[in-house]
Write a protein that binds this ligand. Structure first.
Ligand code: NDP
Length: 451
């Protein structure tokens, strides 16, 4: 049987674009469809604009530091429309880069919505039908809006970057990555932030000591964090929205923002009709080679709801190309993925939390929390945390958790050591870089507890 293409990719996010380009570089004939903007969640409405907003939001605290260090500086006001204009121009530039990369790789692109007609055929919203030997679903995910009265009034993360004006007050609902990052960003930009989280502590699943410190620092930084609290309904009222909480109280906010999780974009793709299995959350079910129940159809990235991070989607893309186009079957390695949450302060983490490790084997915990030099000099009370979870039997560092400014940068390096299987004694053999915060990672001599 002959096909129009060797590969048809649905979705031009980080995973889809990488797979299309690298497959094309093997000599494969590749086409791709994207119904929205090229670059996907990470570039257009996720990691990239979020990180630029993190930078924007950090200036007030830096200016307070600067004053303590003898500078005469005043924060003045934040010009959201000016910042948003520069931000949008940058996103346009990046989208252009993605389009150019695909073009230069020889990938044929369709600005259209795609739907599967059978195991080898894609129907485009332009009316075209295209056949391919392999089809890769890389359609990503989208924010999930809880079902409650007035939910339609609330923003989701996609809306934040395009706001005409920044609200004076906002209620952030949720306690995950997006809720905590945006609570900190918006607070830094001068918005009065209240955050409702239904559980006992934000950032469920992360190391308890680390999430506890971030929560304390967020409260210290002025976020009105209400734990054990959820939202029942939203009613529009002049100049804002009145929110009824699970405690029965009613409060008015200029905006409400749901950061209550994401759902894989599998609706309307015709996946189940052609035999692809979907899981309970709507995710595409795949094996370790990212192959679905239909042998010619693969899926990578958030649409599979494995580990929803851009670098993971890119690795899944590379493993897919290796397997399908280079004749070298390569399972995706989802073990020991370092990650950062860009709260203020940031969390950088790799490996097991203390709680998860203790369930598996006896461990030693090395941990220190202190006021870093830069902030202490400026009279600030902010604390940082450096923590190692160590196997008592093998001495391997099973987990590292850092809460500190720049923790994302630090954990990338620690991730290398942990992935290599470094022991506590390997860490100890490394000479400290002084004076830094992270030198504590190689100077902690005595466990704070064993378990
Ligand atoms: P998360 O799954 O991390 O968090 C969702 C939050 O919403 C949880 O606190 C959850 O509570 C809460 N929640 C879920 N449903 C409801 C509801 N009906 N009512 C009230 N609260 C609810 O999702 P995010 O949207 O924050 O992020 C999605 C994913 O995107 C992350 O898991 C991560 O993989 C990725 N991401 C990564 C970033 C990074 O690398 N820095 C940044 C942003 C996103 P509970 O804990 O009780 O379930």
């Amino acid at each position: 049987m002959t096909f129009d293409y060797d590969l048809f990719v649905i979705g031009a996010g980080s995973g889809g674009v990488r797979a299309a380009r690298v497959a094309a570089a093997t000599g494969a004939r590749v086409a791709l469809a994207e119904e929205s903007r090229y670059g996907g969640t990470c570039v257009i409405r996720g990691c990239v604009p979020k990180k630029l907003m993190v930078y924007a939001s950090e200036f007030p605290a830096e200016m307070q530091n600067a004053q303590a260090y003898g500078w005469t500086v005043h924060a003045g006001g934040f010009d959201w429309p000016a910042f948003r204009g520069t931000l949008n121009a940058e996103l346009d530039r990046l989208e252009g880069v993605y389009r150019t990369m695909l073009k230069n790789s020889g990938v044929v692109t369709h600005d259209a919505r795609a739907r599967l007609a059978d195991a080898h055929t894609v129907e485009l919203s332009t009316g075209e039908r295209v056949t391919a030997k392999h089809i890769l679903i890389a359609a990503g995910g989208a924010p999930l809006r809880p079902e409650l009265p007035g939910a339609e009034h609330a923003l989701v993360s996609d809306d934040i970057f395009g706001l005409e004006t920044l609200p004076r007050s906002i209620l952030v609902v949720g306690g995950g990555y997006i809720a905590c990052e945006f609570a900190c960003i918006l607070k830094g930009l001068g918005v009065a932030v209240t955050q409702y989280y239904r559980g006992a502590q934000i950032l469920r699943g992360f190391d308890e000591e680390a999430r506890g410190l971030v929560s304390e620092e967020m409260i210290e930084g002025g976020i009105d964090l209400k734990l054990g609290t959820n939202i029942l309904k939203i009613a529009e009222e002049s100049g804002g929205f009145v929110v009824k909480s699970t405690h029965g109280d009613e409060k008015k906010f200029e905006q409400v923002f749901f950061a209550t999780g994401r759902r894989p974009n599998t609706g309307g793709l015709g996946l189940e009709d052609v035999g692809v299995h979907l899981g309970r959350n709507g995710q595409v079910e795949v094996n370790e080679y990212s192959q679905t129940a239909v042998p010619s159809i693969y899926a990578i990235g958030d649409v599979t709801d494995r580990v929803n991070l851009t670098p993971v989607a890119i690795r899944e893309a590379m493993a897919f190309v290796e397997t399908v186009f280079k004749g070298n079957p390569k399972p995706v390695d989802h073990d020991l993925i370092p990650t950062a949450i860009f709260t203020q302060p940031e969390i950088g983490t790799v490996g097991l939390s203390e709680e998860a490790a203790r369930e598996i084997e006896p461990v030693e915990i090395y941990c220190t929390s202190f006021r870093p030099m830069k902030e202490a000099f400026a009279g600030r009370t902010a604390r940082v945390l450096m923590k190692l979870v160590v196997s008592r039997e093998t001495r391997k560092v099973l987990g590292c958790h850092i809460v500190a400014p720049g923790a994302g940068e630090l954990i990338q390096m620690v991730g290398i050591a942990v992935k290599m299987g470094a022991t506590k004694e390997d860490f100890d053999r490394v000479c400290a870089v002084h004076p830094t915060m992270s030198e504590e990672l190689v100077t902690m001599k005595t466990p704070v507890r064993t378990a």
